[in-house]
Design a protein around this ligand. Sequence first.
Ligand code: FAD
Length: 496
Amino acid sequence: MSRPRKRVVVVGGGTAGWMAASALAKLLPHACSVQLVESAEIGIVGVGEATLPHLRAFIETLGLDEAAFMAATHATFKLGIDFRDFGKIGDSYLHPFGDFGRPLGGIPFFQYWLRMRGAGAGDLFDYSPCNVMAAANRFARPSTDPGSPFAHISYAYQFDATRFGPHLRGHAETLGATRTEGRIVSVERDPLSGDVAALVLADGTRIEGDLFVDCSGFRSLLLGDTLGEPWDDWSHWLPCDRAVAVPCASASATIEPYTRATAMPAGWRWRIPLRHRVGNGYVYASAHLSDDAATAALLGAIEGPALADPRILRFRAGRRSRSWVGNVVAVGLASGFLEPLESTSIYLAQAAIIELIARFPLDRIEPADRAAFNAAVDYEYDRIRDFLILHYHATTRDDSPFWDHVRTMTVPDTLHDKLALFRAAGRVARYDRGLFFEPSWIAVMVGQGVLPAGWDQRVDAVDAAALSGAMDRLRTRIATDVAAMPDHAALLARHG
Ligand SMILES: Cc1cc2nc3c(=O)[nH]c(=O)nc-3n(C[C@H](O)[C@H](O)[C@H](O)COP(=O)(O)OP(=O)(O)OC[C@H]3O[C@@H](n4cnc5c(N)ncnc54)[C@H](O)[C@@H]3O)c2cc1C
């Protein structure tokens, strides 16, 4: 049965807006028309340079060419995040996009390492292919040989946030999405249902729709301002509420295939190497640091001349209680915000878009679809929230009031339970969907000094000498293969 196409109106042309518009236009051309409204006068948030591996699947689904996308956004490859000074000052570890070793007999490699760590197994991170590649500034795509330790690595991108939206825009318009320039000054609602009926622009243009995707950024124009959906505040767990950002010239020809996060007295600092420059920012708690002091600290830490004036961004950690209310679905910053410590925002937008497309209404919007969408969004936000809190809480730092606060605060019960489970025998809750699986929790826990008291008892049944030999061979194989990989910067130069 053919149905009339739904009129989807996307509010906002930042990263979230153009991701939503291009995915809807690509995947549901028969089911909806897509009109995007944005205001050049208001502009976009213009940050968000580090991504997660899931973006690759998104780009592929859209039918975009990876090389063209990377060239347009000045992108580099990313193998993980290098965390410095988090567990204690002087510490450093990589949260890699891939596992440690390989499971044996259905038991995670980490369990074998726990047993052998006092018997010459060395550093856990030497068994992470991504970590060894990152340390050597080398890059290669995942191996197609299923027996290779490099078969299960993954990678993401670091790109110029101001170029991603425009790149997607070109694609979305080719796919039939339309764009309207203008500032939305009022929103009309259906008097009976309360649904949004139309948007009114400053020049008087009226835009009607059946479904509104709110990608209006921190303003949350439809979900927050118009529908008044409550805000669940998480700033007592994630007290950073500001960032100062500044790009700078790169100090060397090396381009690291990873983002760096360095803990600071009142938060942390990012360093994101792109092809043509380095992105920098200091994410901090305004209760502990002034904007001027944060700016001075950032400018004092960057490696080359600043390429623009420092920019202060204000935010709060948390999310709207529901992201889909009536005929409004919020995506991106309009739905909530978790600070960029693990580069999760663009992923959250992507997850919401995919969920919306999977639940796209046939005729009327089914309340059960809306409820399932909201449950899926909550599921994503809640686990990421716990994962971020872990980075602050698993520390021995006592060198500033900020670190004293986060070290001693009461964490969510869900995180408390995860820590207890890990501390006993290195176990991590098993997840079949969402973000941050076992290797991620292991990386941050071990990287920040949380070490289990015991291990899986099945491991003791394996012969220690055989285990030690197998681990040595794996470590040597990883090191040898990485030594033969191309240098990241040289590879990018060849990439064009
Ligand atoms: C400091 C900081 C660092 C970050 N780092 C990362 C990172 O490394 N990785 C990551 O994944 N994410 C990161 N993020 C998040 C990331 O920037 C956002 O998720 C991403 O840019 C999407 O933003 P958006 O499209 O939701 O909002 P915006 O970019 O703010 O877009 C909002 C759009 O709505 C339009 N609009 C608003 N009001 C109106 C109106 N009245 N009329 C018409 N149009 C309107 C605007 O013009 C604009 O087009 C970071 C965020 C911050 C604050």
